[in-house]
Design a protein around this ligand. Structure first.
Ligand SMILES: Cc1ncc(COP(=O)(O)O)c(C=O)c1O
Length: 363
């Protein structure tokens, strides 16, 4: 007899974008371009790399369990108090912890369908009921339908803005109207992992400042280029931060990650360059797709969802064989779509070449 929890065994393991080394090994390719995990194609801030090298000299010492320096800087930037700042081992960990501190068996969690897959895991772990509300015709959160789906049993509602996997955003008016309909018994998590690619409106910080029942999540993994070292953060009422602090592991954000994050926050030059590369990359990928008659969903993030008008899996595989890794939409709930992360110019050149041949062999 297994001692493993049945609800855990029912969960789907997370399937990440294929790592470059794996694709090289499996397909015998020497050069692979990965446009699959919404990473920063410029890499990390060189200043953050230097800070990590320096911090590595003290890696025999436990990290600051309170994440003081990072939290302080984030609080100052946002105009909030340090006690309103969440820090986690990636925002993935914060999603997990928010589930842990809010959900009990039989509670409900409302999410869009499709949406970022880790929300689902938080519900399953708690044996909470996941209520999925389809995106609207423009692949945007249907906030009216999501508010309709909230019941007295709903504890959490997740809204990713910009949304992953579609890159779409909700308007401030729509979000305000939605929030006004959510009872105090439910907490709204506004996941702003791609916030820096904005300008974004709504800006989650304003709701925390106004004392609304909103938890904001952000990350250093995207525009700051620190996905591999794992730092996510957020803003919430001090009571939520306190609850997370009780539930989390004391040293969840390691010392190197804290050094990288605090330094990356000051490297505005790198952030600006990352934004510029993203804006021009989005425009270029949109143009390339249009040449093939494919429609790219207007994106406010660092990736773009493209409707190729037929099952996308064969095109995904044909790209993969040529060493260009994107995401097939099928596992993301969008079978006719490819999700493509923005790369450097050279990486987009590779995409353009590979797509021309992928499309011709798969028609
Ligand atoms: C909407 C959204 N939230 C959270 C995350 C997790 O980011 P992190 O690397 O901070 O765990 C991602 C990553 O792709 C995401 O797209």
């Amino acid at each position: 007899m297994s001692t493993l929890r049945a609800n855990v065994l029912r969960m789907q393991p997370y399937v990440p974008g294929k790592p470059i080394e794996e694709v090289q090994r499996e397909l015998g390719l020497s050069s692979v371009v990965k446009l699959a995990s919404n990473e920063n194609p410029l890499g990390p801030s060189p200043k953050a790399v230097a800070a990590v090298q320096e911090a590595a000299k003290r890696m025999h010492v436990y990290p600051d369990a309170s994440g003081h320096a990072v939290k302080q800087k984030l609080a100052e930037k946002a105009g909030l108090d340090k006690c309103q700042v969440l820090l986690g081992n990636g925002s993935d960990e914060l999603i997990h912890l928010l589930g842990l501190i809010h959900l009990e068996k039989g509670d409900e969690m409302v999410v869009a369908d499709p949406t970022f897959v880790r929300y689902e895991a938080a519900a399953h772990l708690a044996e909470a009921t996941l209520v999925k509300v389809p995106l609207d015709h423009s692949l945007t959160h249907d906030l009216v339908a999501m508010a309709d789906a909230v019941t007295p049993r709903t504890k959490l509602v997740f809204v990713a803005n910009p949304h992953n996997p579609t890159g779409t955003v909700v308007s401030k008016e729509a979000f305000d109207a939605f929030l006004d309909r959510i009872p105090e018994t439910a907490t709204v998590v506004l996941d702003e992992a791609y916030f820096e690619y904005g300008p974004q409106s709504p800006d989650g910080v304003e709701y925390v400042k106004a004392g609304r029942n909103v938890v904001v999540l952000r990350t250093f993994s995207k525009a700051y280029g620190l996905a591999g070292i794992r730092v996510g953060y957020g803003f919430a009422d001090a009571s939520v931060v306190d609850a997370v602090d009780r539930a989390r592991e004391p040293f969840d954000v390691n010392a190197l990650a804290q050094a990288a994050a605090v330094t990356a926050l000051d490297d505005t030059e790198h952030l600006d360059r990352s934004r510029q590369v993203n804006t021009s990359g989005l425009a270029r990928i949109t143009r390339i797709m249009a040449c093939h008659g494919f429609t790219a969903v207007p994106s406010f993030a660092n990736f773009i969802c493209v409707d190729i008008g037929r099952p996308a899996q064969p095109v995904f595989e044909a790209l993969l064989r040529q060493g260009v890794v994107v995401r097939a939409g099928g596992p993301l709930g969008l079978p006719n779509y490819l999700r493509i992360s923005v790369g450097t110019d050279a990486e987009i050149d590779r995409l353009e070449e590979a797509l021309a041949s992928a499309v011709s062999v798969t028609v």
